[in-house]
Design a protein around this ligand. Structure first.
Ligand SMILES: [Ca+2]
Length: 253
């Protein structure tokens, strides 16, 4: 992170000064692949007007979208406690934009299976883009596979011992070969479930994780949430950023 400095912003494509911004980070320009300093705020400067042009607005929105990811939400059982064992009363969690860690343990101890159920709601404009199995996950039994399922809504009403996936949106068995892999699309292909194509759109979802092997399995899952791009707005924003980045490049030469 670069120490905050100030730099002039120019109207993309024209060089017309717009104002002054506080520069807080380096980002990669998507147009020219160079590292560019970007501004996250504009500060009015005497003598330099700040017209509310579409270019300025789009540029600001774009750099804001490229800003630092929000603090992780999610759930870590080692910190927050055991997730619910009951699908009809899953633990409610919050996911934010970016990477959300959900970590816990499952398995069979003294004959009892520790199942983990949690639910979250993605507001309009957000989508679950990925679900990645992180290093540190361990698996039990001969198959060395754990189970993950998802049902639409705020509950898992499908029986964990019923032997049918009917009612689930999707499910998957994940194991050591999935570490480092995004399995969201695979979950959408689980046999007998409704099925879905990633990403999962805004709405409420209830997830269910379990390993019925004897012992304790650790799971570490990264839920990747992104903003749903609006085609017209995305083009406008990209144009704004490209203008900013290229003006900055020219200025430094
Ligand atoms: Ca647990």
């Amino acid at each position: 992170m670069r120490a905050p400095t100030h730099d002039a912003l120019a109207l993309p494509g024209t060089g017309q000064p717009l104002g002054w911004g506080r520069i807080v980070s380096d980002r990669t320009c998507p147009m020219c692949a160079a590292i560019r300093r970007v501004n996250l705020s504009l500060i009015p400067e005497p003598g330099i007007p700040m017209p509310k042009t579409p270019a300025l607005i789009s540029a600001l929105l774009m750099v804001a979208a490229l800003g630092p990811a929000q603090a992780a939400n999610g759930w870590d059982e080692s910190v927050a406690g055991d997730l619910s064992n009951f699908g009809t009363v899953p633990t409610a969690i919050t996911l934010g934009l970016g990477a959300n860690l959900i970590a816990g343990t499952t398995g069979r101890v003294a004959g009892a299976v520790d199942r983990d159920y949690f639910t979250f709601t993605l507001p309009a404009g957000m989508q679950l883009e990925s679900l990645t199995v992180l290093p540190g996950s361990t698996f039990l039994g001969q198959s060395e596979l754990s189970f993950i399922g998802v049902q639409a809504g705020t509950q898992v009403t499908v029986s964990p011992t019923g032997g049918s996936a009917a009612g689930l949106l999707g499910w998957w068995h994940f194991g050591v070969n999935d570490v480092g892999t995004d399995i969201l699309g695979l979950i959408g292909t689980g046999f007998g479930a409704t099925g879905f194509n990633a990403p999962l759109q805004a709405g409420s979802y209830a997830f269910w994780v379990q390993d019925t092997g004897t012992g304790t399995a650790q799971y570490r899952l990264e839920f990747g949430v992104s903003a749903v791009p609006e085609p017209a707005a995305a083009l406008l924003l990209l144009a704004g950023l490209a203008g900013l980045a290229c003006q900055a490049r020219v200025r430094r030469r």
